[in-house]
Every structure is written in structure tokens, then in C-alpha cells.
Design a protein around this ligand. Sequence first.
Ligand code: NDP
Ligand code: 2IT
Length: 449
Amino acid sequence: MEQIFSQIIQRDPGQKEFHQAVQEVMESVRPVLERNPEYRRQAVLERIAEPERVLMFRVPWMDDQGQVHVNRGFRVEMNSAIGPYKGGLRFHPSVNLSIIKFLAFEQVFKNSLTTLQMGGGKGGSDFNPKGRTDAEVMRFCQSFMAELARHIGPNTDVPAGDIGVGAREIGYLFGMYKKLRNEFTGVLTGKSLDWGGSLIRPEATGYGVVFFAAEMLAHVGQTLEGKTCLVSGSGNVAQYTAEKILQLGGRVVTFSDSSGYVFDEDGVDREKLEFVKQLKNIRRGRIHEYCDRYPQAIFTEADPELGYNQLWTHKADCAMPCATQNEINERDAGNLVRSGVSLISEGANMPSTPAAAEVFLQEGVLYGPGKAANAGGVAVSGLEMAQNSMRLSWPREEVEGRLKQIMKSIHTTCVDAAAEYGLDGNYVAGANIAGFVKVVNAMLDQGLV
Ligand code: NDP
Ligand code: 2IT
């Protein structure tokens, strides 16, 4: 196994996020390979860690002043053993091939856990939508889709949103796809309700994060009622994580963005949450503006020199990281445990470094890794695809009911898979093993392709 991993590193040196994601899965599935010598003969690890296809392309676009810019576009089609490639698009200046490959790799196992028929993929661009006008974002999306349209389709590859890609971007991307292909199909998910979107898709990731947390708590005879939660991020996932925490009787005391975080000791109530939604989604403002409106809250500027994030030092019972990868390091993990946090449910993809995850496992924290805890978003994307195929829309209650059921099933699957290998309570091992076995068996059924 060490040899396979070092080959993966040698083949793509410098792809540190991708290596991090692969290493975690490889460590988890070691006992599975020991039990199944056929998996070794079939080189399943080498196959699953190599994307089926990697697309990289130039995205030229013009700003409102007539200046031309060039960004890089990506789509990594990682694995189609159990369904069409499925996964979001991320627009953020930090995007590079390593980040898109790690996200696509995680997506394969996450989608496998959802019980639905979806393979794994991810895409995006190093385009920074911050401070850009709607017209500039539209031209960028059109240029991005001018290339991507050749490679995707409702039965081939179905992108959706992620960081920097929400309803506005999905609209512009869909419009261009429709024009180029002259067909109205469910080629993207996260569409607006009026033209093929699913109820609950905007809420799904955050709601799912909290359903997963509630399942982990129920497993040890507890509920979220009265529990104080630290939430990071203030985008789509953070907002609906907070909303469901409030609905289930918990308290939310933090939000953040890349500039810093707000701490509201009185708790974020429904009105304050509505303010955050307006601030981030409509006015596209910064989270420190929360303190202009609610002066009792405290804003702390992000300080990368500090070596830890002060957000994770507040006294709480639960933490839901919903911003980005590696936002919790080993020191943060130690701080969380010392602040009384005994449950982590990851809204972001890979928000905890390997050393932080190790702290949670060692300390017996209920630790729900992203590929299990945040699978509700892509699960409802799968339900959006199902509704599009039938040309029907299900009511809110039906979609939310199915989402809740799927999160429950993911929880049970993780618990059972971990127990099968004597790793009771280890959701990381459970999620990786269960996600892996299903995809690998499908790959083997379909031969060497
Ligand atoms: P949004 O773009 O809506 O929000 C992202 C939030 O995270 C913003 O508050 C943003 O702050 C913050 N953020 C992003 N990058 C950084 C960074 N490098 N450092 C600090 N803060 C950062 O994205 P989503 O809410 O959709 O995504 C959040 C996380 O959830 C991501 O990890 C994504 O992969 C994951 N996820 C999303 C799903 C979905 O359905 N949308 C599904 C499953 C997982 P700022 O405004 O300053 O950039
Ligand atoms: O990371 C993720 O699961 C997403 N960004 C959602 C993907 C999707 O296809 O809905």
C-alpha cells in the first residue's frame, strides 16, 4: 500500500490536497484489502485513485471596462462505476487541479453512500466572483460553458454548485448549455424552482449536516435540544446548517467568512439568520456587517499568523465547519475538545487536517466526516435528477422526508461498516469502507474499462 501511495505522489507531485484525501481513504480500507486478495490482483486502489478523465481549458472573458481576462477551467470525471459523473463546480481563486481532484475523489465515496446512482466528478475555475458585476459573472459563465457543454449531459456528467457557484451562476451556465445544445434537460442541478429545480436543494446540504449530527447524537441517547454550536462559513451550507440547528432547538453562536468571524453570545435567532441570508446572498456583503446591525456581537479578524482560528476556542457542545478544506488544524482540534465540543459534523469537504481528525478520533468525539455528513446536498441533487427525468416536482415535505431518510441510512451504513471491521464508533472508517466497497464491486462487475 505504501508503494501504491508513493507512486501516486510521484506521478503528481505537489497535489497535496489530493494526496491528503487519497491517504485517508487508503488507510481506512487497508483491512478491506487484507480480507479480499482479489482486490489487490485487480489493482482497485490504483484504478480508483486515477481519474477516468481530466479536462482543463482556457476561459477567456471580458470585464465591464473591456479588459480581457483569462482563467483556467477544470472538470475531473473521476469515476462512473455507479452512475453518471456528479458533483459541483467551485469558482474561487485558490482552485487548482489538486483541489478539484481531491473534491472529485471525495465525491465518488460520498455519492456512493447516498444510495442513489451517481458517479463522482468535480469542476470549477480559479475565477474570483467577488466584486464582479452580474454581467461579468454572466460572461464568465457563458465562456466556461462554451467549452464544458461538449463534455457533459444529463446521462453523462451533471454539475452543480459549490463555493462561489449558487443559483445565479447555475442559471447563466444552464442558459448557455441550452443555447449551444438546443435541448432543455436536467444537465445541472441546483436550478431555480421555476425551471426544473427541486424544492429543498438550496437547504439540503446544511439540513443534512444537522440530520447527520442528530443521528450521531440519537445513537448515544442525546438530542440537539439546548446544545450550543459553532458554525464556520456564512454561505449556502452554513446558513441552512444554522437554520436546521435552530429548528431542532439548538443554539448557533458563530458565523465566518475569509475575513474573520462573528461571535454572538445571545445566539443567532431566526431574524438574525434572515439578515445573514440577505447580507450574503443578495447584497453579497461581508460577515463583519453583522456587528453593525447587532452590536452586542463581536467580530474578530482572521489572523493567519496566529496558527489557530479563534472561532474554535469558544465554549460549545458541537461544531459544524462549513467554509473550506483544512480550516481545522491540530491546534484547533485540541481547542475544540478543551472547549467542551463532543460532536463535529462536517459541512465543508475535508475541513479537518489529518492530524485534527486524529485528535477527534483519539478523544472519542462523535466525528462525522464530510463525505457522510454533507452528502445531503448531492443526494437532493440526485432527487432533482429523478424529478427532471419524470418531468414532475415533488412537494417540500416529500423531498425533505427523503433527505432525512437518506441521512439516516448513511449513518446506519457507516456504523455497520465500521462495526464489521471492529472499528465501532469510527465514522471515518465506516464512510470510507462502505463508500469504497460499493464502487469497487461495481467496477469489478463492469470489467477492465
Ligand atoms: P459558498 O460560496 O456559499 O460559501 C462559502 C463560505 O466559506 C463563505 O462564507 C466563504 O467566505 C467561506 N470560504 C470559502 N473559502 C474560504 C477560504 N479559503 N478561507 C476562509 N473562508 C472561506 O459555498 P458553500 O456554502 O456551498 O460551500 C461551503 C463548503 O461546503 C465547501 O467546502 C463546499 O465544498 C462544501 N459543500 C457544499 C455543498 C453544496 O451543496 N453547496 C455540498 C457539500 C459540501 P468568503 O465569502 O470570504 O469567501
Ligand atoms: O460537494 C458537494 O457534494 C457539492 N458541492 C454538491 C454536488 C452536487 O452535485 O449537488
